[in-house]
Ligand binder design. Structure first.
Ligand SMILES: Cc1cc2nc3c(=O)[nH]c(=O)nc-3n(C[C@H](O)[C@H](O)[C@H](O)COP(=O)(O)O)c2cc1C
Length: 349
């Protein structure tokens, strides 16, 4: 079942428009400096995060794994991540834990020298649901070993669970589950498109996570993805839920600011360009996560992913040059102007 679901997620993403109704990154404005007093070729985009050096503050976010074609997609992403020097997360490894034959669709990434590798399992898998196995700490360890991961992202996806058929909607004990795993393994908490509030960020920090991927509103909407899947299956009730909650959540830039509780923050959700990466860094993110913008290229070839990432890097360098920021640490200190809906959120939250 989870194999079919993962396949449909990519297929729906390739075929339909599944973005939230508003991209909040356009509300963040960097201030142009007409005399940069640095040379473009001096701009240094490298960072250190979770003890690893990346060529730029970019992590390819969890996308897929667990069905035949996913092996090629993960190979394309891993080849590109190693050549460009950015981080890489795989999609939920539930299918690989439940069925050994599917491990290769994730472990293929071990063939490439990716500077930061992130395993992925969902928090609902660690608590009792209507059916299915409750994952253990050994399963979490297994997921990390499967891909030689540096970190384990535990994804928080209750928006998706509430919309999808047979969703895992039991949520008592999620935080305790994260705490148990974080005691033994290097864990980051990762939302999947609905953002992380300040209260949640504080709780997650107390539970021992090493970082927070805010996975906010503004890019891929899982309510939208599930809307299309429900439509395909003539499930009118789920279709209605998906439509109503299409743009539910905390906008990514708002969540980056709210979730700043002293841990590295990954700004995922709606990042389309290197300018968005620069915006994310300038409001406090340690790195930006990109999923949706890379799906088409990942489905095509490693070269297509390298091309897209190269253009994103060009844009990041241009934004740094034009704000007179020779380094990422300098870019972090640049003042930004916040406009539109994002400003409304920040003023009231
Ligand atoms: C096709 C697809 C599949 C995804 N599968 C997962 C997943 O298995 N685990 C997870 O944590 N996030 C998953 N995500 C969520 C992304 O990692 C990311 O948080 C989200 O798409 C927002 O980023 P974006 O706006 O750049 O797409 C998936 C996203 C896409 C587009």
């Amino acid at each position: 079942m989870s194999e079919k679901r993962k396949k449909e997620h990519v297929e729906v993403h390739l075929k339909e428009k599944v973005q939230a109704d508003y991209n909040y990154w356009n509300d963040i404005r960097l201030i142009h400096q007409s005399l940069p007093e640095i040379n473009l070729n001096e701009v240094d985009t490298t960072i250190e995060i979770f003890g690893k050096e990346l060529a730029a503050p970019i992590i390819i976010s969890a996308i897929t794994g667990g069905y035949k074609k996913a092996e090629q997609i993960n190979r394309n992403l891993a080849k590109a991540a190693s050549e460009v020097g950015v981080g890489l997360g795989v999609g939920s490894q539930r299918a690989g834990i439940e069925n050994k034959n599917l491990e290769k669709t994730y472990s293929v990434i071990r063939e490439y020298d990716v500077p930061l590798v992130i395993a992925n399992l969902g928090v609902p898998q660690f608590i009792a649901q209507k059916d299915g196995k409750v994952f253990t700490i050994e399963d979490a360890e297994h997921a990390m070993k499967m891909i030689d991961a540096d970190l384990l992202a535990i994804h928080l996806n209750y928006l998706q669970e509430v919309v999808q058929p047979e969703g895992n909607t039991n949520a008592h004990g999620c935080l305790a589950a994260i705490r148990r795993i974080a005691l033994r393994l290097p864990v980051i908490a990762k939302e999947t498109g609905a953002g992380i509030s300040k209260e949640m960020a504080l709780k997650l920090k107390k539970s021992g996570v090493k970082g927070i991927d805010v996975g906010g509103l503004g890019g891929t909407s899982f309510a939208a993805v599930e809307y299309y899947r429900a439509k395909m299956n003539d499930d009118e009730r789920r279709e209605r839920l998906g439509k109503t909650f299409w743009s539910w959540g905390i906008p990514t830039p708002v969540s980056v600011i709210q979730a700043d509780v002293g841990l590295p923050i990954i700004a995922t959700g709606g990042i389309r360009s290197g300018l968005d990466v620069a915006r994310a860094v300038s409001i406090g993110a340690s790195a930006a996560g990109i999923a949706g913008q890379l799906v088409k290229a990942a489905n095509e070839s490693a070269d297509a992913v390298i091309k897209e990432l190269t253009m994103i890097l060009d844009e990041l360098r241009a934004a740094m040059f034009l704000t007179s920021s020779p380094s990422i640490s300098k870019l972090k200190k640049q003042k930004v102007i916040v406009t539109g809906r994002t400003r409304d959120w920040i003023e009231q939250v």
